[in-house]
Design a protein around this ligand. Structure first.
Ligand code: PAF
Length: 293
């Protein structure tokens, strides 16, 4: 199905076949395609990715699809915000709509009768942190992105560093599938308070939204402690701080090598490190990370 264009609206496709057909027949092959895959509930962080993609490319394709196979928790999938009309209104109000095409399919258009993921070997990148805590998550991410890359055939695809492990895994996916796509990581977009922007933040009460900014403060403090006293002291500090914050529950804080994502127990010269954190507040899973360079 094709929702089509109205006077002040970008074109929206709900069928991958029609999007592919459109791109083949209306696209100039010399025009570069930037791609921003999303699960909707768009915020300023997504818009920043879209602005970057528009400045680097002739056309921008945005996908909006809550991908069921990457959720290992059915309640999280069920509660994930689905606000397509609002998302389209934000795009239409903020961006040059003649250069943007949205793909917003239903589950059937993507998966047909079998909503299952393929299984991938990401050479260990998928075994730690999010992969360890959310079994099957990165198989779901790999499956949807392999499908979307095939449909959109982008030159450049943009992802936020908030999901840093996902970013590394997508680079590995593209390498393993020998796809000619540049994967571009963009800096974490933060609220003025420092809270990393996320579609899940909208589920917090205004009071908890304010309180959640402490996560970034704890990360910043841990960076300073890491520099002066190393991994164990930084980790202990985070565990103590979060335990003392009412309502917050620490799922993990891990300092890992930026390239391999292997959790580190000692600092080795020449390697870059990053601290990763997941905290639960009011039943919402909040994720953030910081470079320790
Ligand atoms: O980061 C996300 O929003 C999702 O994991 C992605 C990349 C759109 C795949 O569903």
């Amino acid at each position: 199905m094709f929702v089509g264009s109205q006077a002040h609206s970008c074109m929206v496709f709900t069928s991958h076949k029609q999007l592919t057909h459109f791109l083949k027949n209306n696209g100039n092959p010399s025009k570069s395609i930037g791609f921003v895959p999303t699960m909707g509930a768009l915020h300023q962080g997504h818009l920043a990715l879209m602005h970057q993609a528009l400045s680097d490319n002739d056309l921008l394709i945005v996908s909006i699809f809550v991908n069921p196979t990457q959720f290992n928790n059915q309640e999280d999938l069920h509660k994930y915000p689905r606000i397509l009309e609002q998302d389209l209104a934000l795009i239409n109000a903020s961006l040059p709509i003649d250069r943007i095409f949205v793909y917003a399919p239903d589950v059937n258009d993507v998966y047909g009768d079998h909503t299952v993921s393929k299984s991938y070997d990401f050479e260990g990148l998928e075994q730690v942190m999010e992969g360890a805590q959310r079994p099957g998550h990165f198989d779901g991410v790999g499956t949807i992105l392999e499908f979307l890359f095939e449909v959109v055939q982008p030159d450049n695809a943009y992802f936020g560093e908030k999901d840093f492990q996902q970013l590394q895994i997508i680079k590995k996916l593209v390498e393993k599938l020998s796809l000619d796509i540049n994967i571009i990581g963009c800096p974490i977009y933060r609220e003025d308070s420092g809270l990393a922007m996320s579609s899940r933040n909208g589920r917090l009460t205004p009071e908890n939204f304010k309180k959640a900014a402490q996560i970034y403060q704890v990360l910043l403090a841990s960076k300073a402690i890491f520099k002066n006293h190393g991994i164990a002291r930084a980790t202990a500090h985070v565990e103590e701080q979060i335990a003392a914050m009412p309502g917050f529950e620490l799922e993990y804080y891990t300092i890992a090598c930026e390239k391999t994502l292997e959790p580190a127990t000692m600092v080795e010269p020449g390697k870059k490190y990053r601290a990763f954190i997941v905290v639960h507040l009011q039943g919402v899973r909040l994720i953030d990370n910081i470079s320790l360079d």
